[in-house]
Design a protein around this ligand. Structure first.
Ligand code: SGN
Ligand code: CA
Length: 536
């Protein structure tokens, strides 16, 4: 009998330890890192001409890099709604930044929470003040502030002194360290505000990056000749639409002291170059305390002196070059902080033995123009804004150093995470799980093309509404709202997308096939409403 008891005891211990090993090993943690407007051209794993991002690159080195990842609608809040719901904009209803998000619909964090995960969200969500499905959150109201930002919390709102990228990371690390329930797997959304406009760096990075000069893209002086009306009328040209104060950090006193020397640039939608932003001169700077202002002023003095001395004698070409450098210095400086902070989080996972069982994803809510076609901002289906960075590591599942050029989208994230966590996927989600690609099982992936639809027009930057279909070789676009224009780009032979070949007889077969595919795709994704003004 004694022996029997002993064996029973041993068996019980064995069964118990197996199931607890299973619990912790089988259900992976998810760490979803997303930055706002982070162009893939500004991640050295994609392109090392502009900046080195050793920490973000670690994710690619230890996992997979997707070179053809894209969004379904290249704008902030709609992209986030697609990610949360796994549905295209026309079905989740968040077609533009202005429309409210319907919070009665199911989002993937809710499914994780229900399945026993501990869930959290820190940083920029962009909409709402009470995200569902997260046990803990501190989110920026709307776009949030770079300096001394306010956060909306579950219990109370709070203002935290410091630089936003560091603060979001501090909150994230504090949660992992002090609030994590070690008996549960976690699903954490760590969401940076940077590098969103007006690209406001920390004082140290501001000083460091001001000393640097960056290579110009081939198409900085694009005159939009081979494109249609939409490219010609968009208001996102660095020379003509970037604002001196808000973007280039020129003080109003400097502008005033230069009198009429400045060309007056007035946005069609009413933004004037000499009009202070909603927070007066340079919104983020106005939030700074005296010590922060003193540190910023060291670099601001240099910028303003240079501008005052050199701007009046510059040609338009030189002005474009000058503004491009100012833009890159600040944009990339904010990314350098993101990279440092991603490194802090990856280090934490490693030091706490969490790395092996955590899926780490790095992405952006869309791509961004870094001077390509003379532009900043996003919205277009053209590559720099349509594509988004996507790097994923999952030790023991993804082979380190893998790359994939498959046509994957932000639409696929929810299903991927749910499948990885072995949670049932709702039937009405419209993406596909990326798990086969992560595990190198490419035969079980057969998507050839993806669908895109952008709506926010007329609005800031004036990018016309359009939809389209993209595969590895071609991109067919229809601008349908106040024009009726089609464009076709040969992605392999014209990677900069300079020549619309829609009317070129050599491409007639491609046009016919893609037009048909696009029609079928609109039906498949249930985006079959009339494309006219009543649609919105
Ligand atoms: C602000 C920016 C725009 C930007 C939109 C949307 N202007 O309006 O440049 O396109 O946000 O960005 S700013 O003067 O306020 O900086 S999004 O990422 O939220 O979609
Ligand atoms: Ca964005």
């Amino acid at each position: 009998m004694k022996h029997l008891n002993y064996y029973f005891f041993i068996i019980t211990i064995f069964v118990f330890s197996c199931s607890s090993v299973e619990e912790t090993n089988v259900k992976p943690n998810i760490l979803f890192i997303m930055s706002d407007d982070h162009a893939y051209q500004a991640i050295s794993a994609y392109d090392n001409r502009l900046i080195q991002t050793p920490n973000i690159d670690r994710i690619a080195n230890e996992g997979i890099l997707f070179s053809n990842a894209s969004v379904t609608n290249s704008i902030c809040a709609p992209s986030r709604a697609v990610i949360l719901t796994g549905k295209h904009s026309h079905l989740n209803g968040k077609i533009d930044n202005g429309k409210p998000f319907d919070t009665t619909q199911v989002t993937f964090p809710q499914l994780f929470q229900k399945a026993g995960y501990q869930t959290a969200m820190f940083g920029k969500l962009h909409f709402g003040n009470n995200p569902k499905g997260v046990d803990d959150f501190l989110i920026l109201p709307g776009q949030g502030s770079y300096i001394n930002p306010k956060f909306i919390g579950k219990k109370k709102d709070t203002i935290i002194e410091g630089y936003v990228t560091d603060i979001i990371t501090d909150i994230t690390l504090n949660w992992l360290d002090k609030k994590r329930d070690k008996s549960k797997p976690f699903m954490m959304m760590y969401l940076h505000k940077a590098p969103h406009r007006p690209w406001w760096p920390s004082p140290e990075k501001f000083a460091e990056f001001y000393e640097k000069t960056f290579p110009e893209p081939e198409t900085l002086f694009d005159n939009y000749k081979g494109r249609g009306t939409a490219a010609k009328t968009a208001e996102m040209n660095i020379l003509t639409h970037m604002q001196y104060m808000h973007d280039s950090k020129i003080r109003p006193e400097t502008l005033e002291s230069m009198g009429k020397v400045l060309p007056e640039i007035v946005y069609k939608r009413g933004e004037s170059v000499v009009r202070p932003g909603p927070n007066g001169f340079m919104g983020p700077f106005n939030r700074a305390n005296d010590d922060q202002k003193r540190r910023y002023n060291v670099t601001l003095d240099k910028i303003n002196t240079d501008f005052k001395e050199n701007w009046p004698t510059m040609s338009d070409r030189d002005k474009m070059k000058w503004k491009f450098q100012r833009y890159m210095q600040d944009y990339l400086a904010t990314i350098s902080s993101v990279d440092d902070n991603v490194g802090r989080v990856l280090d934490y996972l490693e030091k706490n033995q969490l790395s092996d069982n955590t899926i780490v994803v790095y992405t952006s809510d869309q791509g961004f123009y870094l001077g390509e076609h003379g532009w900043f901002d996003k919205r277009f289906i053209y590559d720099e804004s349509f594509k988004t960075p996507l790097l994923i590591k999952w030790p023991n599942e993804i082979k380190p150093g893998t790359t994939s050029d498959e046509m994957v989208q932000n639409l696929d994230f929810a299903q991927t995470f749910l499948e990885a966590a072995m949670i049932d996927v709702p039937n009405d989600m419209q993406g596909e799980s990326l798990i086969p690609l992560l595990k190198g099982d490419n035969k079980n992936w057969n998507r050839e093309s993806v669908y895109y639809h952008y709506y926010e027009y007329p609005s800031v930057h004036m990018v016309k509404r359009h939809y389209g279909i993209v595969n590895k070789e071609f991109k067919l676009i229809h601008f349908y709202y106040d024009v009726d224009e089609w464009e076709l780009y040969d992605r392999k032979n014209d990677p900069n997308e300079m020549n619309n070949v829609y009317n070129d007889p050599d491409y007639i077969e491609v046009v016919n096939k893609l037009t048909q595919d696009l029609k079928e795709m609109r039906i498949k994704y249930k985006d079959s409403k009339e494309l006219d003004k009543s649609f919105i």
